[in-house]
Design a protein around this ligand. Sequence first.
Ligand SMILES: Cc1ncc(COP(=O)(O)O)c(C=O)c1O
Length: 330
Amino acid sequence: MSAWAAGAIRRVREDHRPTPLRELRVGGARVFLKDETTLPTGSTKDRAVAAMLCHAIASGRVTEGTGVVVATAGAVAVSTARYAALLDLPFTALVPANSDPDVLERIVHAGGRWQRAAQPPAALQHEARTLAEGWGAHFLDHFADAEPAVAAWPPTLADELFAQLPEPPRWVVVGAGTGATSAAIGRHIRREGLDTRLALVDPENSAYFPAWASGAHDYGTGLPSRIPGIGRPRVEPGFQPGVLDLVVPVPDAASVAALHWLHRRGVDAGPSTGAALWGIHHLVGAMREAGPFAAVIADRGTPYRRTFFDRAWLESRGLSPDPYADRLGP
Ligand SMILES: Cc1ncc(COP(=O)(O)O)c(C=O)c1O
């Protein structure tokens, strides 16, 4: 391995700081929240991106000065911009036409560049791969690469979480985008022989709940999720249904209600954490589970001020939390 590769991997790994746990109560049950907003870009995606870059460098696919391309205007793009800058690698995010201008600004601020896709969103990954090939760059395909990379570069979020908890939780409740986080947690539970169950919360339009319930793992909805970071129109290659004990479909407005409930308790989280909290309320209320529970604060609420925390925006999209708020309490 070259000196550059060894140094680059060391820099990425030494850069990581374990994220803290926070605690709150749902009913009488203890809930531990792993606060991933303390990661460098404020998103749990920093973990997956760090692992994918280490994996690509260790495999010789990224060397000194190799360009890196991603196909998203989500948290992965901001995170990759940041790690690419750390390693002096040129970075481009190929983004869909309707991308959030705030995220585009954060990509540039983190040291990367973005360019709009010429083709429709369904062809985004293909277009990015072609672009990367043309440039001799590395296409970081997070839907295919995150899960194996996270598994190959411990400590995972799961290793850290279980070492921090005072006792193994009864349930861990998370969402799935690439599937890397839920797969890492499920594997950790089995490797350590823990009496912990894993529940996945899945938003509207996502293929994961119907795929899990029907056993049809090529299930596709063709519709995008409205909850950033979790839920997919198709079953991604990293999704490991075999490690899940339960999948809870969560109405998007219920995720919003739980998100607001969290904010009233001083937890500055994004909508996917609302979905997880709704799942925990479901386990406590409908399934009479006593906990303790663990979940992930995957990103901050701040980027959603004008969307998930704006009444008019929510009403205009049929996402008013009112029908679900009563079930959560004040
Ligand atoms: C609540 C929650 N759990 C888990 C994840 C992890 O997603 P992935 O399946 O890509 O690891 C996310 C990503 O945003 C999330 O918001």
